[in-house]
Design a protein around this ligand. Structure first.
Ligand SMILES: Cc1ncc(COP(=O)(O)O)c(C=O)c1O
Length: 377
């Protein structure tokens, strides 16, 4: 599914030197290695401020808390994402409301969000948290309009979307605050857990900085109850090296995605979406969006059988996500049930992520497509 060693080998020496520098300077937590990465990351995204932290999950909590979201406020997000998109809202003390997805992009559907906004809610809605799922931005034109019309904060879950753009603006610079993950399988990845918050607001940035160090502005004087969620020096140093290469890696992912499109079309397997019948529905890039192909996710009716067939051929695939968030045991208290979000539930039955990473070779992609053609015939 993913061979991380292919990325590591050519960077071996450069990464060792970066790690060695951290050991030599003994700057293990925040410090210059993290500050240097934060400055470079902010420049690359075109955003005023960046704060490194310990994970994407913490970045989501930090972004929400720094933007002033907390108890007595509701946040609308998607049921079709990684668990943290919802759990971070609850961790911030807020109420999570869900709205269904667009079956074509798997992203939060603005019309469904609007329907939630137009219904009376027990807790006033204060923010929307769209996820840029699989590396493609959520429909920001619509979310920006909803945010403006209803006076809401917009928090981006950009964990999967380093380098993605909406109408020329990079993910991370679109909302009031954004959260990124550098989990080792992400497009831009650390050597362990790491994350960051991006924002154009001086105030949100200052609050995030304070909250990631136990609410301290001044050492050992605590203004608020924050948390310990600092990025460590090794991760800052490693990310700084990788930042030089990420645009090239994302371009290679686009090439790989275009190759899949062409190979599936040539094999006559691609069918018009959004729902599959006998073939497969391919992922697509929405006009105005720049996709970074964190995942290449197809839809197919006999998904589980296809996955088993691919596994028998030693071809990796993955299901993101098999259980929508409203049907997770841990989130029963949200009060939803099976049938609440039909698009998310159907997607959970039909999606399959195929191998995609910058170093994936054409012959490997051909093997994947040939195996799927064999299964479908
Ligand atoms: C959409 C989404 N949100 C949040 C996270 C959480 O990031 P992390 O695993 O770094 O805590 C992830 C990654 O796992 C993710 O894919």
């Amino acid at each position: 599914m993913l061979d991380l060693k292919r990325q590591y080998r050519p960077l071996h020496q450069e990464l060792l030197e970066a790690v060695d520098h951290v050991l030599e300077t003994q700057q293990f937590i925040l410090g210059e290695p993290v500050a240097a990465f934060e400055r470079a990351a902010a420049r690359q995204l075109g955003v005023a401020h960046v704060q490194g932290c310990s994970s994407g999950t913490d970045a989501l909590w930090l972004a929400l808390a720094a933007a002033g979201i907390g108890p007595g406020m509701a946040v609308i997000t998607t049921p079709f994402s990684f668990f943290a998109s919802v759990s971070a809202i609850l961790r911030a003390g807020a109420t999570a409301l869900l709205a269904d997805i667009d079956p074509g992009t798997f992203n939060l559907n603005p019309a469904a969000v609007e329907a939630v906004l137009n219904k009376p809610q027990d807790t006033p809605v204060r923010a929307i948290l769209p996820v840029h799922l699989f590396g493609q931005c959520a429909d920001w034109t619509s979310f920006a309009r909803l945010g403006k019309d209803h006076g809401l904060k917009l928090i981006e879950d950009a964990a999967q979307a380093w380098g993605a753009q909406w109408q020329g603006v990079k993910a991370g610079a679109l909302g009031d605050a954004a959260a990124f993950s550098f989990y080792p399988t992400k497009n831009l990845s650390a050597a362990g857990d790491a994350g960051m918050v991006a924002t154009n607001s001086d105030e949100v940035a200052e609050r995030a900085r304070m909250l990631r160090q136990h609410g301290m502005r001044r050492r050992y004087y605590h203004d608020e109850i924050g948390w310990n969620t600092r990025m460590d020096g090794f991760q800052g140093a490693i990310l700084m090296v990788k930042l030089k290469y990420i645009d090239g890696w994302n371009a290679a992912r686009r090439t790989a995605a275009e190759r899949y499109h062409a190979l599936f079309a040539a094999a006559g397997l691609a069918e018009a979406g959004p729902y599959p019948t006998r073939g497969i529905v391919l992922p697509h890039e929405v006009p105005g969006s720049h996709h970074v192909w964190h995942q290449y996710v197809i839809r197919t009716a006999r998904r589980d059988q296809l996955r088993e067939f691919l596994a028998s051929r030693k071809i990796g695939s993955e299901i993101y996500y098999p259980v929508p968030l409203h049907m997770q045991h841990a989130l029963k208290s949200l009060g939803y049930s099976a049938g609440s979000f039909p698009e998310a539930e159907r997607a959970a039955r039909e999606v399959l992520a195929l191998p995609i990473f910058p170093e994936l070779r054409e012959d490997e992609q051909q093997t994947v497509v040939t195996a799927i053609a064999e299964f479908l015939s």
